[in-house]
Design a protein around this ligand. Sequence first.
Ligand code: 5GP
Length: 346
Amino acid sequence: MRIENDVKLGFKDVMFRPKRSTLSSRAQVDVERTFKFLHTETAWTGVPVMAANMDTVGTFDMALALAAKRMFTAIHKHYTIEEWGQFLSGAGKGIENYIAVSTGTGNQDLEKAERIFQNHPSLKFLCIDVANGYSEHFVAFVKKARETFPDKVIMAGNVVTGEMVEELLLAGADIVKVGIGPGSVCTTRVKTGVGYPQLSAIIECADAAHGIGGQIISDGGCTTPGDVAKAFGAGADFVMLGGMLAGHDESGGEVVERDGRRYKQFYGMSSSTAMDKHAGGVAEYRASEGKTVEVDYRGPVEQTVQDILGGLRSTCTYVGASRLKELTKRTTFIRVAEQENRVYNG
Ligand code: 5GP
């Protein structure tokens, strides 16, 4: 047994130290980024905030709403090939820049992804998503996917440590998804005791990825626009959101009304709710169970998006970053023992 004694931090453990700045308004801040990818010729420009590939978040409707803001959606893997066809014949041109096809590591999943790419060669992004990105089987799958799809941008995860980020990038991933256990409807840490505080995971994994020309997605754990900004400040190239985008019109599922309040269901992709819905197909997706919760119904996602991007722009002005690209360089985190004043939070 070994203990690592240096402290690992989560979003709640830090704040940005404000810095002198010449920026006079947050409207001056550019939150778009352009990336070139490690294994493909593709370049991408957009706002690097993305909807998670969960069936109550990463829907076709969400993709339409987010693409209008040049944001990205990892489409969940449970749509049929026919549904993909219908969506792409309806959605405007350019949507292929803002969506990924998702897959697990099952053979059926891969066959389905192959069919979707064959039918729609303009699609560019593949998201390979498993609970535990540390298995040899997963690395082999990423290699196979790179051979099968030489010209697609491959996102793969999830992992939380630098050496595994390097291994996945060398195996063929362009972007590595980072996060084990921080998710709002995730019970991995409770069920297994495994995890890594997300801010430290980002700092360490970004360093590893950037060293060899790859990118990372911070996946899970953001509960406020401030957390999204902290993820970027720590070095994330993209930030993936589940819970923060749940509960909207675009999130799928029914609105339920009780005692005059409206709610929407939101659940982890390995919760019993997801298992029941996609029987047989989800069991291997996450090692641990996920939760099923009801979140307040929040109307169209546009207002939430404005809130997130407004917060991010404001963070940039506080630290003097005129572009999101500069945020990490301008970031000094201070460790804290408090966050917001909750006296009126009930
Ligand atoms: P959130 O933004 O809600 O905090 O986190 C979203 C992330 O939680 C997803 O992108 C995914 O990585 C993770 N996740 C989704 N469903 C489950 C689940 O059932 N179990 C676990 N362990 N993680 C999940």
